[in-house]
Design a protein around this ligand. Structure first.
Ligand SMILES: Nc1ncnc2c1ncn2[C@@H]1O[C@H](COP(=O)(O)OP(=O)(O)OP(=O)(O)O)[C@@H](O)[C@H]1O
Ligand SMILES: [Mg+2]
Length: 234
């Protein structure tokens, strides 16, 4: 099979394949935070993120969510449909953490009355700013796609929050991306992993996600490995 590097991001390399509508996502051991101002790497990160993301996408598919997921090919590689990505990051929050604590002065850990959906413009140079429908319309995103993004975010949350609760994890917040196939069908894309979610142990509130790396809390590899165990049971 001929593979060509299509895109190298901060966490993954994306390759085209012989099949025009199929991509391979090769998860790297690299980590970045604060819009790539902080960089690091640890052994096993690619494996944990690829495997957690594959398991969650497969679970979401089984629960009626359209996704780009095809199969996990090896420890660090996932096969997906090739999509045209929307320039949007969809964030769903159940508890306050990260940027919303600064934006609205919320204390970390405040549980929201209902999940809060935020839309960001996916643009590294601008630091993925928080925007609204008016901004995104001006940037060429249709109302139909924006509605899809918000509904998808809430649906993913309604499936994953109980999934993690059963595994002793509080799903604090997460970020997803959306793309469209050749037929214009929108679906969940990219990854769902400790890089893109906040996971707290439900008993102790211990952080089991990228905040350990962002804030130099130590035990980063161990936290990701623990999340792999909670998700896959091994
Ligand atoms: N199914 C898909 N088809 C096409 N592109 C995809 C698909 N799923 C994810 N992508 C894109 O592939 C890239 C994945 O690489 P990575 O996660 O390393 O990017 P990143 O460094 O986080 O950068 P970015 O800010 O672009 O997300 C992202 O740009 C993501 O939007
Ligand atoms: Mg990414």
């Amino acid at each position: 099979m001929t593979e060509n590097l299509l895109y190298e991001g901060k966490a993954k390399k994306v390759f085209t394949t012989d099949e025009p509508d199929v991509l391979l996502h090769a998860y790297k051991d690299d980590a970045t935070a604060f819009n790539a101002k902080k960089r690091g790497s640890w052994e096993g990160k690619g494996k944990t993120n690829a495997t957690i993301s594959a398991a969650l996408f497969s679970y979401l598919e089984q629960h009626g969510v359209p996704t780009h997921f095809i199969e996990q090919v090896d420890e660090t590689t996932v096969k997906t449909k090739r999509l045209e990505m929307l320039p949007v990051e969809v964030i769903v929050r159940n508890l306050a953490a990260g940027s919303i604590t600064r934006l609205l002065g919320f204390e970390e850990g405040r549980r929201f009355k209902a999940p809060i959906v935020e839309l960001c413009y996916k643009n590294d140079d601008l630091g993925d700013p928080l925007v609204n429908w008016h901004h995104l319309r001006e940037l060429g995103v249709s109302d139909e796609d924006l509605e899809f993004c918000e509904e998808l975010g809430l649906k993913v949350n309604s499936i994953l929050a109980p999934f993690f609760r059963e595994r002793g994890i509080t799903l604090v917040d997460f970020k997803i991306e959306v793309g469209k196939d050749r037929d214009g069908q929108a679906m969940l894309a990219d990854e769902i992993s400790p890089d893109t979610c906040r996971f707290w142990d439900a008993g102790t509130n211990e952080k089991l996600d990228k905040d350990r790396f962002r804030n130099d809390l130590g035990g980063v590899a161990e936290a990701y490995a623990e999340m792999l165990r909670r998700v896959t049971g091994c």
